[in-house]
Structures are given as structure tokens and as C-alpha cells.
Ligand binder design. Structure first.
Ligand SMILES: Cc1ncc(COP(=O)(O)O)c(C=O)c1O
Length: 602
């Protein structure tokens, strides 16, 4: 297995940018010689993002961003990489041409510091040869400090014709399981050739990818414990959206020009990323929507309206967010349906025996959450879905709170619909996805009409596209869909299993310390929980606790969290709710706990 070591290219790019070469139109041999003569060993690479360094890179590399902050002896490496790229790029810039080469979030993988980049050259690099030579050379120079100098992700964008430029022999080589500890992840197009191996999650390193985490609030370092409401965005997502507007912006699908092709590629590429992330069978099962709320409304207003009739019953759980109650209530009012509720025990766990008793011949739908946003309970989703299916009942699973915390495998869980919001998984607001089984989507009439979703229109009649287009009337949120794709790339590069593991430890740590705060009452003590801690301190208003924490720069939510029925079931109207993500640390938990002790004793 050859070893890919693109980190050197990153370094090189950075060196070139910091040497004011970004304006040059090609790689000048003199520049190479100068680079080779420089001593980079004490070179402090700035934390920066360089976009559109066209001309700075071997012809064609159009933009990238990264945040290096360390030093490495690069002289020899730079020379080697440059030589190889230069040679191989040659003068034939018109044909063999990767349009996108990106290395995302190679935490711990690159020589310390380089965290991500992506660029899209319009011209040529014979990547079948160049990476092997250039990276192989760089690899040798990088030495054997494998885990510290290790690309975790190497990807070639969609519009790059993989088949054309990568010899089959190399493809099959890459397709083999990767035992090389230097290789964490390799993508060609959307094909993941190698998966992360033996990595650990270092929260201090990942934090560097999130610019907002350096923000100061009330004179203090921000502590973002409001992740259940929304998550923060890594630089790569921010850059990807900018890149879209700088280089790809166009409406999709309906034009013959280059930018329409780029925008369509980017948008449909994001759909494929969503598909792979949740392990749906087909991209036709992924509908872009505004978020979880819109997705549930879509199902209720299309499938629900068409298939439910007076007397039919819908089962939801006591844990639901209002977004999974109100749309069904609206429909129930209109149609005369009955809503029934799976009860919970005092820990906030669903009672499966009671659930089974709710079924009868009128039951048509179960709609429930994978993780409770108010208590953090992880529901036994697979079991709940199996029970419903055994009764011939369809199931919608609300993944708003699970999507960023655990592996979601829809072919394993087998719901009929699954919904989530991009902003809860480190992506932009205003975009999310509805998954629906393909046959089911195609058997369902659209809920909104307009452009994009039709095959043919006369004044008398319209023929709709199949899914997903039939549910995407009008111009969608193209740029943010692309941003969501970048967020998924980011999560993949960290590794969702590692995220799950790390957050579990952090949750246990925080739970233990919270319990030691005198008088505190934890709301939601289920055995299986994800990332949410809800509590009250009797005698102190939840909003006052929230305000005291905010004074120290600690953002938590206090209120009913759009889940009033479950809070009332637990005997409270409001709670304080810190919610965690993988960029949070034990030190941040300590800060919060210290404030709580202080409030308690004052
Ligand atoms: C479990 C659950 N479902 C649905 C939603 C609604 O999500 P959105 O507001 O992004 O549509 C949320 C938001 O907090 C949630 O936690």
C-alpha cells in the first residue's frame, strides 16, 4: 500500500502564500530554488485560511483553507513535492485535470497543525502519478512518526474523473483494507477507499477547527454548552459555503452552462454525502428540506393527509419535541385523528410494555424521537420500529438529536422516514434532510407545487418527478446543502464512533460532578443518554442560573426546550440544560460546576 502524505502539499501551499507568491501565475524554477534554500525549521505557520490561491499552486489549484500552527523542517520536502508536481503537471494543462482535491480535517494526521484544506484546480495534474511520487517523497522525509504525521482524509472532488486519471491497479490497491497506520482516510470522489484507523479524539485539537470557540463573552472564554439547540460550525463548512458563492453559484438542474453544472454537482454531491452518512440505500431517498420541523410537516401534510382518515391513531412518545407533536395535532384536528402517547418512567425511559398496548387496528403511524432533546434519553429505536412494523404500522424517527452524537444506520434501524437538521450536526441553518423509503416517497403526492418537481405541465394536468425532486419545489437552499455536505465530511474525518465514545465519557464526567452540587435535581436519568444534562436547583430560578452562567461566558439553555409535555411529566416547567459536543472539555465542565457551587453557596 503506498503511503499518501499530502500534508507536505499543504505546508507548501502555506509557505508559498506566506512568501507572497499567491499572485504568481505559475511555479517559477527560481521560486522553487529559493524555497529549497530557505530554512523552514522555525517557520511559524500562521493560523489562517487562504482562499483562491490560483496561480500560487501548481496550475489549477484554486482554493484551500487550513489552520497550521506549527513548524517543521520543510525545505527538502518542499523541494521534492514541488519538483514532482511541477514535472508531472507539465505543460499539458488541458486534459488530465483534477477539479477538486481536498484534505479535510486531518487532525493528528498531518504534521501537527495542518487541519484542513480543499482546492479545485481547473487544470491538470496527473494524480495517478503525482501523489505517488510527491507524497511518497514527502512521506520519506516526514519520517516514521506515524501517528503524528498522518493524513486522515484525502479526497478528490466529484467533478474529477476518477476513472480517467487513476489507473485501475492503483484503485484496487487503494480499495484493499488499509493496515498502514499512516493512512486514516482516503476518498476518491465520493468513494471512501479507506476508513479511519486507530485514531483518538483530541478535543483541544478539534476546537481549533471552530473559530467561534475562541470568542470571548462577557470578558470570558466562550463555553458553548448549547449544542442541543444548535452546534457550532467548523472553518471547513464556513469556507465551503463561501467557496460556493465565489466559484459555483448558480441555480441547479435547469441550464446548460458551466456554473449550473458546478452548482448541481455540488448540491447532488451533498445529497450523496447525506445518503452515505445515514446509510440510506439510494440518493433518491434523500429530500433536502429546511430542517427537522419542515420534514415532519412534509410527512404529515403529504403522506398523512393522503393516507389517514377519521378515527385513525398516531402514536408519539412523551419525550417528543413540539416539532413532533404539533404537526400531528394540526392533522388530527383536521381529520379527526387520535394521538396516543408512549409513557415514560421517572428516569425518562420509554415504557415498552405500555407502548405495545397502544396498538390496535386503527393505529397507522408511530412518530418518535431517537434522542430526547430535554432529557438526553436515547430511545430503543430499533425495537420500537420493529414492534410497529410487526403491526403493519409506519414509523417516523426524529433524528434531530441523534445525528451528531451517534452512528445512524438507516438500513439497520429501518424506519420509514428519518428526519434531521443540518444545524444540529455542525452544518448551516436552513437546511436538513428527510429520508423516506423510495417506494413510499414515490407513492406519496407532493405537498408543495412549483418548479423543479415536475416532468410536464399543461393547464389541465401536471406530471411530477419521482423522489426526491417531487418534494423539492422551487429553488432550494443550494449553498447550505453544500455546506451540510462539508459538515458531514468534517464529522466523518473526526469519526462518529469516536465522537460517541468521547461524548459519553464527558457526559459521565459532567453527571458525576453535577450530582455533587448541593440540592441539585437531575431531570432525566435514563441508563442510555446522549450529551444532554437537564437540572433544576430548587429555590433558584432556572433563568437566574442561566444568567449567572452567561456572566462567566458559559452558554446553556434554560426554559422548556420546546418539550413541555416531558418536563411536566417530570414535575417541572423549566430546566437548565447544558448540552455537550465533542469540542467540549472536562475543563469547561469544571468551570460550569464551579459557578453552580458558587450560586448554591451565595
Ligand atoms: C428532538 C428534536 N426534534 C425536532 C427539533 C426541531 O428542529 P429544527 O428546529 O431544527 O427544525 C429539535 C430541535 O431542537 C429537536 O431537538
Amino acid at each position: 500500500m503506498m503511503r499518501w502524505q499530502f500534508s507536505m502539499v499543504l505546508k507548501l501551499v502555506n509557505i508559498m502564500s506566506t512568501n507572497n507568491l499567491a499572485q504568481s501565475s505559475h511555479l517559477d524554477p527560481q521560486v522553487l530554488a529559493d524555497l529549497a534554500n530557505q530554512n523552514f525549521s522555525d517557520f511559524q505557520l500562521p493560523s489562517n485560511s487562504l482562499s483562491d490561491p490560483r496561480g500560487a499552486l501548481p496550475s489549477g489549484v484554486a482554493s484551500h483553507s487550513f489552520q497550521p500552527n506549527t513548524s517543521l523542517d520543510l525545505a527538502a520536502i518542499a523541494q521534492q513535492v514541488l519538483d514532482s508536481l511541477q514535472q508531472k503537471a507539465g505543460d499539458d494543462l488541458s486534459t488530465k485535470n483534477p477539479s477538486s482535491l481536498s484534505l479535510s480535517d486531518p487532525r493528528g494526521a498531518l504534521p501537527t497543525g495542518a487541519t484542513s484544506h480543499a482546492f479545485q484546480p481547473p487544470t491538470s495534474l496527473d494524480v495517478s502519478v503525482v501523489p505517488q511520487q510527491a507524497l511518497g517523497g514527502a512521506q520519506q522525509q516526514a519520517g516514521h512518526d506515524a501517528l503524528a504525521q498522518n493524513p486522515s482524509s484525502l479526497s478528490f472532488g466529484r467533478s474529477f474523473g476518477v476513472e480517467q486519471f487513476i489507473p485501475n491497479s492503483l484503485l484496487s490497491d487503494l480499495s484493499n483494507p488499509v493496515n498502514d497506520p499512516l493512512v486514516n482516510q482516503i476518498f476518491l470522489g465520493d468513494i471512501q477507499l479507506a476508513k479511519p484507523k486507530n485514531t483518538t479524539l483530541d478535543p483541544l485539537l478539534v476546537r481549533k477547527d471552530f473559530p467561534i470557540l475562541s470568542e470571548r463573552v462577557n470578558g470570558r472564554q466562550l463555553v458553548w454548552f448549547d449544542n442541543a439547540a444548535t452546534t457550532q460550525k467548523p472553518q471547513s463548512v464556513i469556507d465551503r459555503i463561501s467557496y460556493f458563492y465565489e466559484h459555483e453559484n448558480s441555480n441547479i438542474h435547469r441550464a446548460a452552462h458551466e456554473l449550473a453544472a458546478r452548482a448541481t454537482d455540488a448540491y447532488e454531491g451533498a445529497r450523496e454525502k447525506v445518503r452515505a452518512f445515514i446509510n440510506a440505500k439510494s440518493v433518491n431517498e434523500i429530500v433536502f428540506v429546511r430542517g427537522t420541523t419542515e420534514a415532519i410537516n412534509l410527512v404529515s401534510q403529504s403522506w398523512g393527509r393522503q393516507n389517514l382518515k377519521e378515527g385513525d391513531e398516531i402514536i408519539v412518545s412523551n419525550l417528543e419535541h413540539h416539532a413532533n407533536i404539533v404537526p400531528w395535532q394540526l392533522l388530527a384536528k383536521e381529520k379527526g385523528l387520535r394521538i396516543r402517547v408512549i409513557p415514560v418512567n421517572d428516569d425518562g425511559e420509554l415504557l415498552l410494555d405500555e407502548y405495545q398496548k397502544l396498538f390496535n387496528s386503527r393505529t397507522k403511524l408511530v412518530s418518535f424521537t431517537h434522542v430526547s432533546n430535554a432529557l438526553g434519553t436515547i430511545t430503543p429505536a430499533k425495537k420500537i420500529i420493529e414492534i410497529a412494523h410487526a403491526a403493519g404500522v409506519k414509523v417516523l424517527l426524529d433524528g434531530a438529536q441523534s445525528i451528531s452524537h451517534m452512528k445512524v444506520d438507516l438500513q439497520d434501524l429501518n424506519p420509514d422516514w428519518f428526519v434531521f437538521s443540518g444545524h444540529k450536526v455542525f452544518g448551516p441553518t436552513g437546511i436538513g434532510a428527510l429520508y423516506g423509503k423510495e417506494d413510499l416517497l414515490n407513492a406519496t403526492q407532493p405537498w408543495q407545487g412549483g418548479g423543479n418537481m415536475i416532468q410536464d405541465v399543461t393547464f389541465e394536468h401536471t406530471k411530477f418527478h419521482d423522489a426526491p425532486s417531487r418534494f423539492e419545489a422551487g429553488t432550494g437552499n443550494i449553498a447550505d446543502a453544500v455546506g451540510l455536505g462539508a459538515a458531514i465530511d468534517y464529522v466523518n474525518s473526526v469519526g462518529i464512533e469516536l465522537i460517541d465514545q468521547y461524548e459519553h465519557q464527558l457526559l459521565q464526567y459532567a453527571t458525576r460532578l453535577l450530582k455533587e452540587v448541593p440540592g441539585i435535581r437531575l431531570i432525566g436519568t435514563a441508563k442510555h443518554k446522549a450529551s444532554v444534562l437537564s437540572f433544576v436547583i430548587p429555590g433558584i430560578k432556572t433563568e437566574d442560573i442561566g444568567a449567572a452562567l452567561n456572566k462567566e461566558g458559559i452558554a446553556v439553555r434554560s426554559g422548556h426546550h420546546c418539550a413541555q409535555p416531558i418536563l411536566r411529566r417530570m414535575g417541572v416547567e423549566t430546566t437548565v440544560r447544558p448540552s455537550l459536543a465533542f469540542y467540549n472539555t472536562c475543563q469547561e465542565v469544571d468551570k460550569m460546576i464551579a459557578v453552580l457551587h458558587r450560586i448554591r453557596s451565595s
